[in-house]
Design a protein around this ligand. Structure first.
Ligand code: SAJ
Length: 419
């Protein structure tokens, strides 16, 4: 079969590579021409273990080609849409990328095509997009073309493992649609596969990320409570998690990335009524960078440092450890919140371009360090040694990277001992 993947980002590119290596002829459509060029020359534009090798083998066997020309995806058997579905304000989804991808597909497809949406979408969207295709093409959904929501579930950093071993859901607008998609993905998926309706599948995907977001909010609330009792919340969590049915998440400076901060909003957006818990969890998680700012300014007050004279170094700009992805990163929210109030903000992230070249250069003469990302390399830092090149020694740990408060520092961490 001839396939087209629309959108070669974090999900589209790995999926196109897997399908090409499974033997399908895949054309990847991507509007960013520099990205197309890079991919066709064998270099992925995203950082992900194994990606360049797998991309090169897909190019070598002649099954994968990237393009920015919509003419190249005419009359394919299958279209897989992997575009982003961000928010346009605090809580309203921006479905314009999805809609424009669907319009492109409608202009290219033929009778009998299978259209798959991998993007995370608000409930009922797949059915609406099927209606849009009907209007644009005159074809009848479920008869003249097939349509499925097949949500991606992979974790950046583990994409190629999880693409193969995670189980997958295929939500068809008709049972036959789901069956066709399942057959296609079985070419590389070793996990279990399940078929359902498109609306159930949309809700399932959103529930998964909402579950994680709400659980992280609960952990963050436990961190606030821990201050009241003067205990280390991480010790308490570790002990609570020895219970066979308890799995408390990790509190921290905030919830970033392209999924968790928006998916709970997508879940409740089309509903007439929601009951508050999901929204409150979002508010708690969004408040964490400000809470981290509070910890920092408390430390300034303890040694009578006027904030406007301080140099603050943020360690980690990525939204999570060992990643180069800065989308919705709590570090950026913190920087935004302190920029006007402190003398100078410096950043250091070994994965992210545009920050200081070295840890030492970023920290030299600084008054405070705030850890905003749990990169593995940060865990090996000798703080007492590093402290020697600082002007004042304040260390704020937003990611539970520092196990023992280093000597000679004013140390504060989220959920750690005294506030
Ligand atoms: N975080 C915490 N505490 C935790 C876990 C995470 O503060 O206990 C923070 C992280 O530091 C990060 C944010 O939450 O800032 C999100 O990170 P994550 O590791 O939870 O998730 P993502 O966004 O990288 O990927 C999630 C995954 N969903 C679930 O685990 C339910 C992934 O499987 C999805 O495919 C992905 O969202 C997606 O694309 O929807």
């Amino acid at each position: 079969a001839e396939l087209a993947v629309i959108g070669l980002g974090y999900i589209g590119l790995p999926t196109a590579i897997m399908l090409a290596n499974a033997g399908f002829r895949v054309t990847g459509l991507e509007i960013r021409e520099d990205v197309v060029e890079k991919i066709n020359s064998g270099h992925a534009h995203i950082i992900e273990p194994e990606i360049d090798e797998l991309l090169q083998s897909a190019l070598k066997n002649g099954n994968l080609r990237a393009t920015s020309n919509t003419e190249d995806i005419k009359e394919k058997d299958v279209y897989i849409i992997c575009v982003q579905t961000p928010l346009k304000d605090d809580k309203t989804p921006n479905l314009s990328y999805l809609e424009s991808a669907v319009r492109t597909v409608a202009g290219a497809m033929k009778k009998g095509s299978l259209v798959i949406i991998e993007s995370t979408v608000p409930p009922l969207t797949t059915a609406k997009m099927a209606t849009l295709i009907e209007e644009l093409t005159g074809l009848k959904a479920g008869e003249d073309f097939y349509m499925v929501h097949a949500p991606e579930r992979v974790m950046p950093g583990r994409i190629f493992k999880e693409l193969v071993y995670n189980s997958r859901i295929f939500g068809g607008i008709t049972p036959e649609s789901a069956e066709l998609a399942e057959l296609l993905y079985r070419s590389f998926v070793k996990g279990q596969t399940f078929k359902t309706s498109s609306t159930v599948s949309e809700v399932v995907k959103l529930m998964e990320n909402t579950f994680r977001d709400v659980n992280i909010a609960l952990a963050n609330e436990f961190a606030f409570l821990a201050y009241q009792y003067g205990i280390n919340v991480f010790e308490a969590i570790e002990l609570a998690n020895t219970h066979p049915r308890v799995r408390i998440h990790i509190p921290g400076i905030g919830v970033g990335g392209h999924c968790l901060p928006k998916d709970p909003h997508l879940l409740i957006w089309p509903a007439e009524e929601d009951f508050g818990l999901i929204r409150l969890a979002r508010e708690i998680n969004d408040s964490m960078p400000l809470f981290t700012k509070d910890l920092l300014f408390k430390a300034f007050r303890e040694i009578n440092l006027p904030p406007e004279e301080t140099v603050v170094t943020i360690l980690g700009l990525a939204y999570k450890g060992n990643s180069d992805d800065t989308r919705n990163s709590p570090a950026s929210a913190l920087i935004e919140a302190i920029r006007e109030d402190v003398g100078e903000v410096r950043t250091y992230d070994p994965y992210v371009g545009g920050t200081h070249e070295s840890l030492e250069a970023a920290v030299s003469g600084a008054d405070a360090i705030v850890i905003a990302t749990d990169h593995t390399s940060f865990k090996a830092i000798n703080w007492e040694e590093l402290g020697k090149i600082m002007r004042n020694k304040i260390l704020i740990d937003g990611r539970h990277v520092v196990k023992e408060p280093p000597k000679g520092f004013i140390f504060k961490g989220i959920g750690r001992g005294e506030y």
